[in-house]
Ligand binder design. Sequence first.
Ligand SMILES: [Zn+2]
Length: 113
Amino acid sequence: MSANFEVAHILGGLGEGIENLGLNGWQLRTLSAIRRCRTAALGGNVDACDSCGNISISYNSCRNRHCPKCHGHKRKEWIKAREADLLPVPYFHVVFTLPSELNELSLHEPKDV
Ligand SMILES: [Zn+2]
């Protein structure tokens, strides 16, 4: 069963408005790659069967490491590997709020934040 909606569809719905979200260049390039992945925008291949004449079109992938189409399986493998590292003890998920003054910095320098 395939998903009815993909991240690329949502990003496509934003259109040019995506440029006005205040994202940095790296974030915009990533979203652009995900939006264009496996579409005619990235080119593709046409394969035809010599016997039955069936034609199959396959579009190129973006290969961006954040793309769910390209690296969804790698994410699952990574999660499995991390689960193997877990100790047999209880873990706690901690969530906290940063001061709102750091919002802009967190958008542009997420690693530092
Ligand atoms: Zn992709």
